[in-house]
Design a protein around this ligand. Structure first.
Ligand SMILES: Cc1cc2nc3c(=O)[nH]c(=O)nc-3n(C[C@H](O)[C@H](O)[C@H](O)COP(=O)(O)OP(=O)(O)OC[C@H]3O[C@@H](n4cnc5c(N)ncnc54)[C@H](O)[C@@H]3O)c2cc1C
Length: 395
């Protein structure tokens, strides 16, 4: 009689860039003794890269939320479970709802902690768990932008910059003011990225205030379209009837902090990692972390998260064949060179790319060939096994 041994689980908490990269890597070489279980609270993968444009241009929002249903064709090979992870023990991840075959607790042999970070809406739609809810939220933001006449964007990171350009491109009659706390945009990149950004913002007629901060009222802005004067720390006053927060991120490390307080950096709440991407806690050599929640030198981008997800999975596969592998003998992470591509409306862009040993910045003319109306969202449909088409877009 053949005895079927149940598969051991590699559980990934968070189903975004880290998880998808790790899952695709596992498909190449994970031994058949193991399978990947992704726990993700959203019903669909959120393609955030295109949210700034989707806040302004209507009619294609459904392309930015991709079903997980075809990533695996059987639970034996892997599974994406829609649930909120509520607790992590030494052996299990507890979830907020019962799931067939697991109940409310999922056993793991290895864990990748990939819960990412929260950004203010609309840069991130963290609290919208269904596709309908997330699409609806983008439509609400579009309606607000259509209705407003003077828009204040708070934060000149990638999201604020892209949003400013998109709004002015599609609604040149609206006044857009962008307030950035530093003197320089994109400080982790070459100074020419800043200089070109300033030039592009000027072309779009975005009013910029740098090296100053908006004083955000307690409880936030009211969102009632009343024309108000918003003060800055330096004493300026900005008139606006819509204010949009595009400020920084908050790592979602609380869940892990209960199991392993020592792995959390108290200064920034990011998860401390060894070069192998195991968490900095020798009690848990089987727990890895990566992406926006991880305390790594890399700039927080989807590309960096993707690369780290692959390293986590490679190291787990290595440890499955030899569980005693010392951390230093696993693949060691090296930071990804700072690279980025920004979309400034549909016909302008700016990128820093590493070509051989040189960092180059390039813009409109060279980048034109890479432009895509949906910021290449179609690729995420391919990653998840449901090619994007008119028929699949609403799934
Ligand atoms: C508007 C915007 C545009 C961007 N554009 C680009 C770009 O053009 N190129 C680029 O490379 N990068 C871009 N980035 C950055 C990129 O999106 C992030 O670096 C990347 O998504 C990080 O991936 P991650 O897997 O670490 O986590 P995240 O993408 O933050 O995802 C974490 C996931 O974990 C889930 N989760 C969290 N806690 C739980 C829990 N307890 N239970 C279940 N699920 C949970 C969340 O729902 C979420 O899906 C952009 C970011 C934003 C906000």
């Amino acid at each position: 009689m053949t005895v079927v041994t149940p598969k051991k689980n590699i559980v990934i908490v968070g189903g975004s860039c880290v998880a998808i990269a790790a899952a695709l890597e596992a498909k190449k070489s994970l031994p058949s003794t193991h399978r990947v279980i992704i726990i993700e609270k959203h019903s669909h993968f959120h393609y955030m890269f295109a949210f700034p444009r989707a806040c302004v241009i209507e009619g294609w929002e459904n392309e930015l939320f991709v079903p997980y249903t075809n990533l695996y064709d059987s639970p034996e090979k892997g599974q994406v479970i829609q649930a909120l992870a509520t607790n992590i023990t030494k052996t299990h991840v507890e979830i907020d709802r019962p799931i067939e075959g697991f109940g409310t607790s999922i056993e793991y042999e290895y864990l990748i902690y990939a819960t990412g970070a929260r950004h203010p809406e609309p840069g991130n739609l963290n609290d919208h768990d269904t596709k309908t809810g997330a699409v609806q939220r983008l439509k609400e933001v579009q309606a607000k932008i259509r209705k407003a006449t003077k828009i204040l964007l708070i934060g000149g990171g990638a999201v604020g910059l892209e949003l400013a350009a998109e709004i002015r491109e599609h609604f040149p009659e609206k006044e857009v003011t962008l307030v950035h706390s530093r003197d320089r945009y994109m400080p982790s990149y070459k100074t020419s990225m800043h200089a070109k950004t300033v030039a592009i913002l000027a072309e779009f007629g975005v009013r910029e205030i740098r090296g100053d901060r908006v004083i955000v009222p307690e409880g936030g802005f009211k969102d009632d379209f009343k024309m108000i004067k918003v003060a800055t720390r330096d004493g300026k006053e900005i008139e606006s009837d819509l204010q949009i927060m595009c400020t920084g991120m908050t790592p979602q490390s609380d869940l892990l902090s209960k199991l392993s307080p020592q792995s959390i950096n108290p200064k920034n709440r990011l998860v401390k990692t060894k070069p192998s991407l195991q968490i900095v806690d020798d009690a848990f050599p089987n727990i890895f972390t990566a992406g926006d929640v991880a305390d790594l030198e890399d700039i927080k981008t989807g590309g960096a998260a993707w690369r780290q997800g692959i390293t986590c999975m490679k190291n787990i596969i290595n440890m499955i064949s030899n569980p005693e592998t010392p951390s230093a003998s696993l693949t060691q992470h090296s930071p990804m060179p700072p690279q980025i591509m920004l979309y400034y409306g549909v016909a302008r862009g700016l990128a820093q790319l590493k070509i051989f040993f040189m960092f180059c910045t390039s813009w409109n003319f060279i980048l034109k060939r890479f432009f895509s109306y949906n910021i290449h969202a179609s690729r995420s449909w391919s990653w998840l096994g449901t090619p994007l088409s008119k028929e699949t877009a609403d799934k």
